[in-house]
Design a protein around this ligand. Structure first.
Ligand code: GZL
Length: 336
C-alpha cells in the first residue's frame, strides 16, 4: 500500500535533488515566496534547528515515538534538535515553544497533550516566521494557517476498527463494556471514544457501562480498573485507549482472581511490544496499531519545506490491526 507518507517521501526526494542542483549553482535553494524556510535560526551553521516539545514519557508508545524522533533528527542527518519533555502538562509545552521562538529555531514541532488552548502561542510562532509541524496529536484551532501540517494516525478510525471487532466477535450476545479513556481533552481520547461509539451504536448487545480516564498510563489504568471491578461484578470487555492502560487492567483483573482475555476480554490500541506480547499470550484479545515511528516523516517534511517545497496539510500514518495469531507472527520483527 502506497501510504501518503510514502508520497511525501518521494516528493521530498525530488525537491531535495532540485535544491542540491540549485546549491551547486551557488543558490541556497531558498525557493519562491511559498518557501517556509526561516533563514539562520540559531548558531547551528548549515544544520536545520528544530525545537520539539514532547507530551511526556507516559507510555511505551511515547518512548518509541521519542526514540524515532531523536534517532532521525540527528546532526548527521542535518538537524540540530532541541528536545523537551512536558510531563503531560500543557503549560510546560507552551513554555517550551516560547523558548524555541526566543532561540530563533528554524522549525517547531510538537505533539499537543490536549486539543485546545494553543492559538496564542502558535500565533506568536507565526509572527516570528517559524513554521510549526504537529506530530501525533491535533489541535482544535480554527486557523489552520497556524501550522504547516499534522502528521499522525486517524484516531476515530482506530476506535471504529476496535468497535467493529468487538461488535462482530463479542457482540453476538449482550456484553458489558468498561472503557479506560486516554488523557482527558486529548485528540486520541476524544476520537477513539467517538470511533468506538460510532461502530457499536447499531448493536444493542454492546453496552458501555462505565468510562473513565486512566491518562494513558499503566498505573492509572490499573487503579481505574480496580474501581470498575469493585463497582461492576459483570464486566465482559475492557476497551483500553492504549496498551499501557490495558496492561494495567490485566494486573487488576488477575489480582481479582479472574483470567484476562477469557473471563474479561481486553481490546486496546497502540501495538507496543508489551501489548503485542500480552496479545500473543491471550491476555489481550485484539489490538489496533498506532504507528509511533514518525521521525523519518518529520525529517522528510522539514527538508521538503526547507527546500522551498510544500506538504499536504494532513498526512495520515498507516496502522495495522492484530489478533493473537497475527501478533505472534509479527513480534519477532517488530520495530517497537
Ligand atoms: C497516540 C498517542 C497516544 C498513545 C498513547 O497517537 O498520542 O499517547 O496511544 C500515548 O500510548 O500515551
Amino acid at each position: 500500500m502506497v501510504s501518503r507518507t510514502f508520497r511525501t517521501r518521494a516528493m521530498a526526494a525530488t525537491v531535495a535533488a532540485l535544491a542540491l542542483g540549485l546549491a551547486a549553482c551557488g543558490s541556497s535553494g531558498s525557493g519562491d515566496s511559498s518557501t517556509d524556510a526561516a533563514s539562520g535560526g540559531g548558531d547551528s551553521g548549515d544544520l536545520i534547528t528544530v525545537g520539539f516539545s514532547q507530551v511526556g514519557a507516559e507510555s511505551g508508545w511515547r518512548a518509541a515515538n521519542t526514540k524515532s524522533i531523536q534517532d532521525t533528527l540527528t546532526k548527521d542527518n542535518g538537524f540540530d534538535l532541541k528536545f523537551s519533555d512536558a510531563q503531560q502538562k500543557q503549560e510546560n509545552q507552551i513554555q517550551a515553544i516560547r523558548s524555541y521562538i526566543a532561540q530563533g529555531v528554524d522549525y517547531i514541532a510538537f505533539s499537543p497533550v490536549v486539543e485546545s488552548g494553543w492559538d496564542a502561542v502558535l500565533e506568536e510562532a507565526k509572527q516570528a516566521n517559524i513554521p510549526v509541524i504537529l506530530t501525533d496529536r491535533a489541535v482544535d484551532s480554527e486557523d489552520t494557517s497556524l501550522y504547516k501540517t499534522f502528521i499522525g494516525s486517524d484516531f476515530v478510525e482506530e476506535g471504529k476498527r476496535i468497535g467493529e471487532w468487538v461488535s462482530d466477535n463479542l457482540g453476538t450476545e449482550p456484553i458489558n463494556v468498561v472503557e479506560l479513556q486516554g488523557t482527558t481533552g486529548s485528540a486520541p481520547a476524544i476520537d477513539r471514544k467517538q470511533g468506538f461509539e460510532d461502530a457499536t451504536k447499531g448493536n444493542p448487545n454492546v453496552k458501555i457501562i462505565a468510562s473513565q480516564t486512566g491518562n494513558f498510563t499503566r498505573a492509572e489504568g490499573k487503579t481505574v480498573m480496580e474501581g470498575f471491578l469493585q463497582a461492576y461484578p459483570d464486566i465482559d470487555v475492557v476497551y483500553a485507549h492504549n496498551d499501557d492502560m490495558g496492561l494495567g487492567a490485566i494486573e487488576a483483573i488477575e489480582a481479582a482472581g479472574k483470567v484476562p482475555g477469557k473471563d474479561i476480554k481486553i481490546v486496546s490500541i497502540d501495538g507496543v511490544k508489551d501489548g503485542m506480547t500480552a496479545l500473543s499470550e491471550g491476555k489481550i484479545n485484539y489490538i489496533v496499531e498506532c504507528n509511533p515511528l514518525l521521525g523519518p516523516d518529520l525529517a522528510d517534511i522539514i527538508k521538503t519545506l526547507q527546500s522551498g517545497g510544500t506538504v499536504e496539510p494532513r498526512i495520515v500514518t498507516h496502522d495495522d490491526a492484530f489478533d493473537q495469531a497475527a501478533a505472534t507472527a509479527a513480534l519477532p520483527t517488530r520495530q517497537y
